[in-house]
Design a protein around this ligand. Structure first.
Ligand code: GUN
Length: 323
């Protein structure tokens, strides 16, 4: 009896230590004595993992059924030109992830001197190949190749990037379409952090076709009030200060500063900028992490979601081709 009493006493003592330690750490974080950076990084990485894993598992479960149904395999194609090291790594990750979940992928490489005609002919060939479900042409392209022509040459039903004007139009009309992978990944992250976005004020920094514009459409669909800002916006800081959600996709290193962000805003950093201090995002991480409720780190924040969305888009294209 005494032994049990002693054991319970010890457990209670231990528990009180844990509670006290917890309170102290919370105070240290609240008063910015402890750097909150790791807390944010950990939280977002965990969230990203929680979101991507079910996606990938779904694909892993879906693929083995194909053999018994005797239908076309899925091939994800990436065409690569001269690209910077960080982009090369990104493309390699796309290929690795595709293979990891069991999607066939093939990378077709061309030198940066390749003729536009050769590329367009290859796309035509892939369009008519029934074993190919998705086509992705890695951007940027060399200057002598017309990006618009290349994007428009891809069959919209195989456009895993969602860049074809038909898919862009469908997205903005609220119809079914391929949605560009990075904004789709950002959108899913935001929804996980804040499921009800109705009436929230969102500021998108950057107006590119790849990120800013589709991001705006996705947030509009959720009834956000969206402001698209860019390099010519008069007072970017004032716009950002109004925002419940900021998506920075402008390609300017650490543009968004700590005093641009209101308390408990959600900040998504899409930037990948090479600087003398390594790769940084469009958001000043140390400063903004003191105000934001959630902030994605660079690298590692939205990247895994982008890749998961690419695989999801490929499967969706495949499924649509089977109807
Ligand atoms: N270059 C940088 N991001 C992307 C992307 O999402 N898709 C393609 N095709 N190229 C890119």
């Amino acid at each position: 009896m005494i032994a049990i009493f002693y054991l319970v006493l010890q457990i209670l003592k231990l528990y009180s230590y844990v509670v006290i330690a917890n309170v102290i750490v919370s105070w240290l974080i609240a008063f910015n004595v402890l750097n909150t950076q790791n807390r944010f990084v950990y939280a977002i990485l965990e969230l990203s993992y929680k979101l991507t894993e079910p996606f990938l598992n779904k694909i892993r479960r879906f693929l083995p059924n194909l053999g018994s149904l005797d239908i076309s395999p899925i091939i994800l194609l990436l065409l690569i030109w001269f690209i910077e090291m960080c982009m090369k790594l990104y493309v390699r990750n796309k290929e690795k992830s595709a293979n990891e979940v069991g999607l066939k992928s093939e990378v077709i490489k061309y030198p940066d001197t390749v003729e536009e005609k050769t590329v367009l002919e290859k796309i035509q060939e892939l369009n008519s190949d029934e074993t190919v479900s998705g086509i992705l042409v890695q951007l940027p392209l060399p200057k002598h190749i017309d990006k618009q022509k290349v994007i428009e040459a891809i069959d919209p039903s195989k456009d895993v990037d969602g860049f074809h004007p038909m898919n862009v139009g469908n997205l903005s009309s609220g119809y079914e379409s391929s949605v560009p992978c990075t904004p789709l990944g950002c959108y899913l992250l935001i929804k996980k952090i804040e499921p009800n976005l109705s009436g929230k004020k969102a500021v998108v920094v950057g107006r590119s076709n790849l990120n800013g514009k589709p991001m705006t459409q996705l947030l509009l669909k959720e009834n956000c009030t969206v402001t698209i800002t860019h390099s010519k916006t008069k007072d970017l800081k004032a716009e950002c200060l109004e925002a419940d959600i900021i998506v920075a996709a402008v390609g300017i290193p650490e543009l968004v500063r700590g005093d641009w962000v209101k308390k408990d805003a959600i900040v998504i950093d899409v930037g990948i900028n090479k600087t003398d201090n390594g790769i940084v995002g469009d958001v000043h991480f140390d400063e903004v992490s003191k105000n934001a409720k959630a902030l994605t780190p660079v690298p590692g924040g939205v990247g895994p979601m982008t890749i998961a969305c690419l695989l999801k888009n490929t499967i969706d294209c495949f499924k649509r081709s089977q109807i």
